[in-house]
Design a protein. Structure first.
Length: 322
């Protein structure tokens, strides 16, 4: 296990035609999507959560196993699975969550699991941080591994689950202080710092303790901020978009996988990575996310598919210059 993720695992029910009550179920949850993407991109990946013994929990466990995820740290519970209902709109996706008393929300391992020595990245974030006792135990797991693993934080803000946004923003600054690498969407940034430029929020994250902050902007690509450096922008590949569910999760996975490929195994190395290497890392992540968008639901690509797409992009760019 080189990458570990902790948080919710749920079933996403996506709406069919506008106004229809017909929904199609997919395995999902931001941490689960990211874990699957990491595994498909070639890195040994483990998942820490609690799954229900109900029919949805069984399906989630089988899905993780089929994708080669290390499930040794997954607990089981008779509590129900978390369910999410997703309605697509031309601009974004709208969500309704059913989380109260669910198996992943009540994850409370005692003692805390000990990550294997070869684990180099630990991801946390998303809606699991809104549920107790899971939120407290996740925070304790992150603190226990700080300095040893590269801590990656993706808030994946879901306002429909947040009753007090001001209090949530205050808590978010604590999570930023625990992270080495922060990945936000532009929607996350606007919800966390309304009316402020993304660069201002990135500066707050860096001041809180993060070593690198990346904000994704959909078809407009992504931007990176680091202390002592100007922002770095990478374009998004042009693809025919079928569905954006899971794109941000796949981008986050691509960051960790590519950083490992560039030799980053400790938090301090994030600051030592040069601009050229960071461009390669972000381009890899953006290409993986773009390929996810060409398919229905969260369906991350394989490492081979990303490499093939990168070669094709290079060939097309070379042909355009000829």
């Amino acid at each position: 296990m080189r990458i570990a993720l902790t948080g919710e695992a749920l079933i996403d029910f996506t709406a069919g035609e506008a106004g229809s009550l017909a929904f199609l179920g997919h395995e999902g949850g931001s941490p689960l999507n990211t874990a699957v993407a990491c595994a498909r991109l070639g890195q040994p990946t483990g998942f820490l959560t609690q799954l229900s013994t109900d029919l949805f929990g069984e399906r989630l466990m089988r899905f993780l196993e089929r994708n080669g995820i290390d499930t040794r740290f997954i607990l089981r519970s008779h509590a129900p699975s978390t369910l999410a209902f997703v309605e697509r709109t031309p601009q974004t996706n709208r969500y309704a969550f059913y989380t109260r008393g669910s198996a992943d929300a009540t994850w409370a391992p005692e003692p805390l699991p000990q990550l294997p020595a070869e684990c180099r990245f630990l991801h946390f974030g998303s809606i699991a941080l809104l549920q107790e006792p899971a939120a407290t135990r996740i925070t304790e797991l992150v603190v226990a591994n700080a300095g040893r693993c590269v801590i990656v934080f993706d808030p994946n803000v879901r306002p429909s689950l947040i009753s007090d946004m001001a209090a949530y923003r205050a808590r978010a600054m604590n999570w930023f202080s625990m992270a080495d690498l922060v990945k936000l969407s532009d929607e996350d940034a606007e919800l966390l710092a309304p009316g402020r430029p993304a660069g201002a929020l990135a500066a707050d994250c860096l001041q809180a303790g993060a070593r690198a902050v990346i904000v994704t902007r959909g078809a407009e690509g992504a931007m990176l901020w680091r202390a002592g450096h100007g922002p770095l922008t990478v374009a998004a590949p042009r693809v025919k978009v079928v569905d954006t569910i899971g794109a941000g999760d796949t981008f986050t996975a691509g960051l960790s996988v590519s950083l490992l490929a560039h030799g980053v195994e400790h938090p301090a190395q994030l600051g030592e990575l040069g601009e050229g290497a960071w461009r390669e890392v972000m381009r890899f992540a953006a290409t993986a996310a773009a390929l996810n968008c060409t398919r229905e639901g969260a369906d991350p690509p394989t490492l081979e598919a990303v490499h093939a797409a990168l070669v094709q992009e290079d060939n097309e760019a070379l042909a355009a210059r000829s």
